[in-house]
Design a protein around this ligand. Structure first.
Ligand code: NDP
Length: 249
């Protein structure tokens, strides 16, 4: 059987854990050469070794995507090394949860710097390359929280709403260049995401929610991404909303 992505190069941010890691492994298993980006270089090296042990090709690049220069360098280096960039998966993100009253606005800044601006920086950097190639695919990881607001999730909701709005405007700007844009909106996925929630009440609440059902795994989201990026060129999967069967909303 021919691998579906054997002529493709994919950059995955947030590739050191969770959804990004699972996506990097899934795209590599279909033959894509993978550029792995995140801040923890030892974790990226482990993912790269795993891909290489399976006969794939992976290049780890330590990157803080909230730094515009680093985001630009990531895209540039990927293009310099492989001579093309076909897929960008923006998976790097954090969830800082808790009520608006009493929240620390510095946490909001940190979350918007990553969830919104980081994704915008990598997108901005890759667009000239994709336009020159007249092909490319940008996959942005939003959330169910990008479609449904809930008390205690307001700031995260706002960041993911921004991802959805940016992605749709982007799609309208680039479709004539044969560049596709897909938004993925996962429900609860068992990853490190909730380990980084600083508010202890919100953290416990979300860990309890996660334990109350059969959560999705990173691999489930990776399969949805793989579906989107392996469609024929005339098909643009704009949006995939994917919840655990047990999750109500
Ligand atoms: P993880 O915490 O497992 O992964 C987050 C990734 O982002 C890590 O690889 C982390 O790596 C990376 N990251 C964090 N800060 C930066 C930074 N400044 N620069 C570059 N990379 C960074 O969580 P998930 O895999 O669950 O999250 C991935 C995406 O999925 C996020 O956008 C999240 O909002 C979204 N999502 C998750 C859901 C869930 O239930 N888990 C549900 C819906 C959406 P490092 O620390 O090494 O930099």
């Amino acid at each position: 059987m021919t691998a579906k992505l054997s002529d493709k190069v994919a950059i995955v941010t947030g590739a050191s854990s969770g959804i990004g890691k699972a996506t990097a492994l899934a795209l590599a298993a279909e033959g894509a050469r993978i550029v792995l980006a995140a801040r923890r270089s030892e974790k990226l090296d482990q993912v790269a070794e795993q891909i290489q042990a399976n006969g794939g090709n992976a290049l780890p690049i330590k990157t803080d995507v909230t730094n515009q220069t680093q985001a630009q360098q990531l895209i540039q280096k990927a293009n310099d090394v492989f001579g093309q960039v076909d897929i960008l998966v923006n998976s790097a993100g954090i969830a800082i949860l808790g009520e608006i009253d009493g929240a620390n606005p510095a946490d909001w800044q940190r979350m918007f710097d990553l969830n919104v601006l980081g994704l915008m920086y990598t997108t901005h950097a890759v667009l000239p390359i994709l336009k020159a190639q007249k092909t490319g695919h940008i996959v942005n990881i939003s959330s169910v929280a990008g479609r449904i607001a809930r008390a205690g999730v307001g700031a995260y909701n706002a960041s993911k709403w921004a991802v959805n709005a940016f992605s749709e405007a982007l799609r309208q700007e680039v479709y004539q260049h044969q560049i596709r844009v897909t938004v993925i909106e996962p429900g609860l996925v068992e990853t490190e995401l909730f380990d980084h929630v600083t508010d202890p009440v919100a953290r416990q609440h979300n860990l309890d929610r996660l334990r109350s059902l059969r959560p999705l795994q990173g691999e489930d989201i990776a399969a949805a991404i793989l579906y989107a990026v392996t469609q024929p060129p005339h098909v643009n999967v704009n949006e995939i909303l994917i919840r655990p069967t047990d999750q109500e909303r």
